[in-house]
Design a protein around this ligand. Sequence first.
Ligand SMILES: [Zn+2]
Length: 277
Amino acid sequence: MNLPNRLKHFTWKACNGILATKESLFRRKITADDRCEACGSHVETTLHMLCFCNRSTEVWNSCKLSLPFNIQESWSFLDTFSRLRNYWDTQQEKLESWVAICWGIWKSRNEVRHAGAKRPGRVIVRNALRLLDDFHAANELPCQPSSNTQDTTIWMPPPPGYFKTEAKALEMGVVFAKEVGLRDVLFEADSQVLINAVHGTGEAASLVLNIIQGVLRKAQGFRIFHFLHTKRQENAPTHLLAQQAQKVESLAVWLEECPSQVAHACAKDVSLFQSSI
Ligand SMILES: [Zn+2]
């Protein structure tokens, strides 16, 4: 299929049953339940979320793509995808549209789950198909971030307010981890002063005292939690993401997947780690 990388990645994960649905997270003991949060009445499997939940049927009712057969609830995503691929063997554009709309439903589901706006089905369809059209028109994805940003680890003094920003970022991380139902968590920050303050081994500036107290209070809900200091130079993916975040208009969340913008930096970290053991 001729698809943008993010759609290929999505398809690959869905086919392998490792999309971070509630069912998948529950199976791996990451969340406490497997209920679909949109309808509350079914286990949120990949196929339920994409094809059978009332939220997804609204999307499919808004599009003109007609399927050659009725998808069965007992099928897996891989079953469905394989059957469609066989049926649409000579009409690959239909399969690409189907995948793009599935991806649109998944993206919208994640946005809603993280307090984003709920988009009407027709908007989800339009945006997904537009992404596909734009990709086909350009025949390739827009350029990745320039490589010269990847090794920039020159230390610079923190600007005013930096410490408070770090504290707020930590607080948001704790809130987010609770929202997605994580139970065992490890938080990293590159401010040693902040981590010392969380551990009670340093003076918490009065400016962030309330934030730190809130962080510690919220963290009590986790089964296991740690706050660690990580040197900025050793945390390249985070800083690449922070650079990218300036260009992102809405919330972007990755669960159990590696954003393409930092794949290179993550691969580098993994290989360094592997060579050290
Ligand atoms: Zn549902």
